[in-house]
Design a protein around this ligand. Structure first.
Ligand code: HEM
Length: 113
């Protein structure tokens, strides 16, 4: 259980750094960024299902929605446009940050109850 949240924390931090470097023009980092993002979505999906099993319905349901939304919104940004900040990019970063925060909430629901 602890391993899941630790992975989300590490991958989340690296995703933010890689995302910023991507935005600045390092397009070779796209694959690594998407791979880590997909892993985060999968981990949060698993945590959300575990939270639902523990009857933490609201965070669990939000977790399911965000874990599906993250890849969809992420891919909607393609093709890459460097140094721009379209609405979809702002939404993407918001969803990314929210899912990392929500993972902590899901972890506490799974651990305590
Ligand atoms: C399946 C998951 C993900 C996919 C498919 C994805 C995809 C992308 C793509 C294609 C870009 C480049 C956009 C552009 O410059 O035109 C990008 C940028 C970025 N991503 Fe992600 N990403 C994912 C997960 C995450 C996560 C979990 C975070 C954590 C907060 C994150 C943070 C960022 C940031 C900060 C940028 C740079 C700002 C921007 O251009 O929007 N991403 N991502």
């Amino acid at each position: 259980m602890k391993a899941l949240i630790m992975l989300v924390r590490v991958c989340g931090l690296i995703s933010i750094v890689l995302g910023a470097m991507l935005w600045a023009g390092r397009e070779t980092l796209l694959g690594a960024h998407i791979g880590l993002g997909m892993l985060i979505a999968l981990l949060v999906f698993v945590l959300a299902v575990m939270a639902l099993v523990k009857k933490a319905v609201v965070p669990g349901a939000i977790g399911l929605v965000l874990s599906l939304l993250l890849p969809v919104v992420g891919f909607m940004q393609l093709p890459l446009t460097f140094h721009t900040l379209r609405m979809i990019q702002v939404i993407h970063v918001m969803v990314g940050l929210c899912i990392i925060g929500l993972a902590e909430r899901l972890y506490s629901a799974v651990r305590v109850r």
